[in-house]
Structures are given as C-alpha cells and as structure tokens.
Write a protein that binds this ligand. Structure first.
Ligand SMILES: [Zn+2]
Length: 60
C-alpha cells in the first residue's frame, strides 16, 4: 500500500487515494463526484472555479 500525502485541490483532505492531474491532486471521492456532477448541477461551477484557480496559478 502506497501512502499519499497529496492534498486534494477540491476538498483539501490528505491521505486519500486519487488521481494526480497536471495541476494537482484530486481524491477519488471528489473525482467521482465531479464525474457524476451534471453541468446544470449547482455544484458544477464550484468545481470549475476550483480547477480554474489552480490552472491560472500554474500558468502565471
Ligand atoms: Zn477531495
């Protein structure tokens, strides 16, 4: 078992399994939720906002 100390960019929790994308780490809980989240869901803008914030930071 591999331990991760990565911080999820969505929920901010550590020590979870998940995926590392170009701009950070997303735990599997948030990944699942993002995949499930419909564009019309009120949570969708929240996710996009969080991701955009990371991407903008990276590209700066
Ligand atoms: Zn998360």
């Amino acid at each position: 078992m591999e331990e991760t100390s990565e911080v999820c960019i969505i929920c901010g929790e550590t020590g979870k399994n998940g995926i590392t994308i170009i701009s950070g780490f997303i735990c599997e809980d948030c990944e699942t939720e993002m995949v499930r989240t419909d564009v019309q869901d009120e949570k969708y803008p929240f996710f996009i906002h969080r991701l955009k914030a990371i991407w903008i930071q990276k590209n700066a």
